[in-house]
Design a protein. Structure first.
Length: 285
């Protein structure tokens, strides 16, 4: 039997062992019953004193379990395109996104379903000793750091496609993966870098994924009493936390591989100055 972790309450912070984060949830933030980690990234400051426009760039976890009420809210956003970064294994596990009338849905996997398939099966089905073997002694953190580096270095074509689409006409846009934390987190970070958002603001937005009401519902085999013991959750925490060191690893890969953000955007993502200016026009007040 596969059981899902109980829904987290809205009034907590992180799981013990995770990076501390101060919740700053706007009073107008929607209460979505079946979509985790949804938010508008509007309002973030740029280095030249401007701000990301409200209502044009959103991020979330998957939409497979969206309720009818959730769908009504999502439809009210006037979305042009939803970018779904999940792979086939993710979609098999959680299901396809709901269809929103008039909204273009682009599936653009940022990970290979065969890469790490056995690892993630162990996360869902492994016993305590097996989890210790794959996650203890910093192995879970090391895996996440390597994953963030890989998303930046090996998925330049996918990120280029997203940014070119947004620059042309694909806004308002919603970017999501399974949890809305890792693949979507890096893609949102890249998008924000491209329009000059302050680095600290990008990290702060990323860390909002740690709020309890945003966290992905971990699904594990077994009974609720054995599948989610404190030690199991502590072992799993590196995989489901948003940690600043993960996003820093992605930024470091940009510096190490291309020598800086401008070179990454120009050579890695093939963004011309004109395209970057169109991006700013679309996303920044």
């Amino acid at each position: 039997m596969v059981v899902a972790a109980p829904a987290a309450s809205r009034d907590g912070g992180d799981r013990p062992g995770g990076a501390p984060v101060t919740q700053q949830v706007p009073s107008t933030e929607p209460e979505l019953a079946g979509v985790r980690n949804f938010r508008d990234v509007g309002g973030l400051p740029t280095v030249d004193g401007r701000r990301v426009r409200q209502g044009v760039l959103f991020r979330s976890g998957h939409l497979a379990h969206a309720t009818a009420e959730d769908a009504v809210f999502l439809s009210s956003l006037g979305l042009h395109t939803i970018f779904d970064f999940r792979n086939a294994a993710d979609q098999k596990l959680d299901g396809p996104d709901i269809a929103l009338p008039g909204v273009r849905h682009v599936n653009l996997p940022l990970s290979d379903p065969a890469d790490g398939a056995e690892f993630w099966k162990m996360v869902r089905d492994g016993d305590l000793d097996q989890l210790r073997a794959i996650l203890d002694d910093g192995k879970g953190v090391a895996r996440m750091v390597a994953s963030y580096r890989s998303i930046v270095k090996e998925r330049t074509g996918e990120h280029s496609r997203v940014l070119h689409a947004i620059a042309e006409d694909s806004v308002p846009a919603l970017l999501h993966c399974a949890a809305g934390k890792d693949r979507a987190g890096v893609s949102i970070a890249v998008t924000l870098l491209a329009v000059g958002v302050e680095r600290d603001a990008i990290v702060a937005d990323y860390l909002e994924s740690n709020a309890k009401h945003r966290r992905y519902r971990v699904r594990r085999s077994g009974s609720a009493e054995t599948a989610y013991t404190p030690e199991v959750m502590e072992l799993l925490s590196p995989l489901f936390d948003a940690r600043a060191e993960y996003l820093s690893a992605a930024f470091d890969s940009i510096e190490e591989t291309w020598g800086g953000v401008d070179a990454y955007l120009e050579r890695g993502l093939r963004l011309s100055p004109q395209t970057r200016e169109r991006l700013r026009a679309r996303l920044v007040d």
